[in-house]
Write a protein that binds this ligand. Structure first.
Ligand SMILES: Cc1cc2nc3c(=O)[nH]c(=O)nc-3n(C[C@H](O)[C@H](O)[C@H](O)COP(=O)(O)OP(=O)(O)OC[C@H]3O[C@@H](n4cnc5c(N)ncnc54)[C@H](O)[C@@H]3O)c2cc1C
Length: 483
């Protein structure tokens, strides 16, 4: 990989930065840059801001693309900005969910007393045995995968009853076809001992002010992004929604501009830097001239998992008191169900609530082309099957589809990702970051942290301090997904 030397902006002038994508990463970059550091414009394909973290109303109820919480473990500066932007609209809510394990409902996040009383006894005994026998367990040999790492760390009980079916549902792949990285990113408690330690921190007296809690805005999770868009716009950032990017132009390894279709015309946007937060695979497809065949082929092998969000609109005030229900078992195809009104403790509108199911699914799978009504019927049946019958009148069902919900960390992804990433890193005037730009299975606060790091790496002359960016990239490796 050749390290690029970007062309500096003439002395005195502010650098001009074009940001691709107005999800949390793009928005946070626009917000931080427009505080006097650069002239900013954001090109977003969708008609609204927020990406996968946006919100919208259905019948007066704020809904998200599946369960979204802002986690208190966010970096201090990220949390401080979110608190300052939202003020009293940012609620600190207790987590109050349930998970189905061994046919029983257990509070989630796990609480010691509840788990002790409710876990089926054979399950609890086998979990304990896994913990006690860990030092004597024979480590798996051969190529490491998600399943071997979990067997070695957590043992059979929690791996086979919780993680394996859950990841199979989420990614559509067997756990031995998934990479070690998924375990590193996703499984923050790598041993039964750590799970128990986490549970102990839920005990009264052991808890911190935010243990077992999450931040959530009054007007849906997307209010976080929207408040940043408003602040960035007030600082002079320009947001262009509905932007149809035709190509990203380059001369050798220098990116020279982005061309956007406008009816039958084309408009060229040139900048000192393109900060891209759109999928790295899309970047490769838009690049003109195209990258070398090895890069294009690697990009073609990188996969994102899609998701259908199913919104069941019920004629009742509240379905249950729980914010979310988690379904690790394979007998039900949804991974999680949330009740949006319970996230912001909304009591209005009366006589209406919504259940949002997360159905992991790719375009082409049977669910993808099914009508809303048909999926709604299935949803009601799935709930009945787990002892949550829908006894009230169903008004209707609506769906939304995400093509880029989760990066797929299969066994080959790392080398494909590195091929594309290294080529993109070699481009002058271009920086890729965010969940889609770095193929990172991350939370929103991580997307914000990446954006702030990109802005920190921008020099006043519009070039990027590549050594600083490399150090930040190293920090991103410590990001762990919170559920
Ligand atoms: C089901 C689900 C639940 C989640 N729960 C949580 C949670 O509880 N807490 C949490 O912190 N995070 C959660 N996340 C993760 C969170 O949604 C992401 O971390 C966050 O949205 C990433 O922001 P981003 O800007 O990097 O990417 P995105 O949000 O994906 O934004 C990318 C943007 O790029 C735009 N774009 C794409 N292609 C183009 C193009 N060709 N031209 C122009 N624009 C383009 C998209 O329209 C989008 O606006 C969840 C994610 C999912 C899928």
């Amino acid at each position: 990989m050749t390290v690029p030397t970007d062309r500096p902006t003439p002395t005195g002038a502010k650098p001009r930065i074009t940001i691709l994508g107005a999800g949390p990463a793009g928005i946070a970059a626009a917000y931080a840059l427009s505080k006097g550091k650069a002239e900013v414009e954001v090109l977003e394909r969708a008609p609204v801001a927020g990406g996968n973290s946006t919100s919208f109303q259905i019948d007066g109820i704020w809904c998200d693309y599946g369960s979204h919480r802002f986690h208190p473990v966010a970096d201090e500066n990220v949390l401080a900005d979110v608190k300052a932007l939202l003020g009293d609209d940012l609620l600190l809510q207790p987590r109050h969910g349930r998970i189905r394990l061994g046919g029983r409902w257990i509070h989630f996040p796990l609480k010691p007393a509840d788990a002790l009383l409710r876990l089926p006894k054979p399950f609890a005994a086998s979990l304990l045995a896994d913990m006690l026998l860990k030092p004597f367990r024979r480590k798996r040999t051969g190529e490491k995968s998600f399943s071997s790492i979990l067997y070695d760390g957590l043992g059979r009980t929690i791996s086979e009853n919780f993680y394996f079916p859950y990841v199979k549902k989420l990614w559509g792949l067997d756990p031995d076809k998934l990479a070690v990285m998924l375990a590193e990113r996703r499984v923050s408690s790598g041993s039964v001992g750590k799970i128990l330690a986490k549970m102990m921190r839920m005990l009264p007296g052991m808890r911190g002010a935010t243990t077992g809690r999450f931040y959530y805005p009054r007007k849906g999770f997307g209010q976080i992004s929207q408040s940043m868009v408003d602040a960035a716009s007030a600082q002079g950032a320009a947001f262009r929604f509905g932007a149809d990017i035709a190509r990203i132009e380059r001369t050798k390894m220098q990116v020279t501009g982005v061309v956007v279709r406008d009816g039958d015309k084309e408009v060229r946007h040139s900048a000192d830097q393109i900060f891209s937060t759109i999928p790295l695979t899309t970047v490769v497809r838009l690049m003109d001239p195209p990258p070398p065949p090895a890069v294009t082929m690697a990009a073609d092998s990188i996969r994102f998992r899609g998701m259908i969000l199913v919104y069941l609109i019920l004629k009742t005030d509240q379905f249950t008191e729980y914010d979310a229900h988690y379904f690790p078992e394979l007998s039900i195809p949804i991974s999680r169900m949330s009740e949006p009104k319970n996230y912001n403790s909304a009591t209005e509108p009366k006589g209406r609530t919504i259940l949002c199911a997360e159905l992991p699914c790719d375009p082409g799978e049977k669910w993808w082309d099914m009508s809303d009504e048909e999926i709604g019927h299935h949803f009601v049946k799935w709930l009945e099957g787990v002892g949550l019958p829908v006894t009230m009148e169903v008004d209707r069902c609506e769906t939304r589809r995400l093509a880029h919900a989760y990066p797929v960390y299969d066994l080959d992804y790392q080398r494909h990702f590195e091929t594309v990433d290294n080529w993109l890193l070699g481009l002058e005037g271009f920086l890729s970051f965010g969940r889609q730009g770095l193929f990172a299975h991350d939370n929103t606060h991580h997307a914000f942290a990446m954006a702030y790091a990109a802005v920190d790496s921008l020099r006043p002359d519009g070039t990027v301090d590549r050594a600083k960016w490399a150090a930040h990239r190293h920090e991103f490796e410590s990001h762990r997904v919170e559920d």
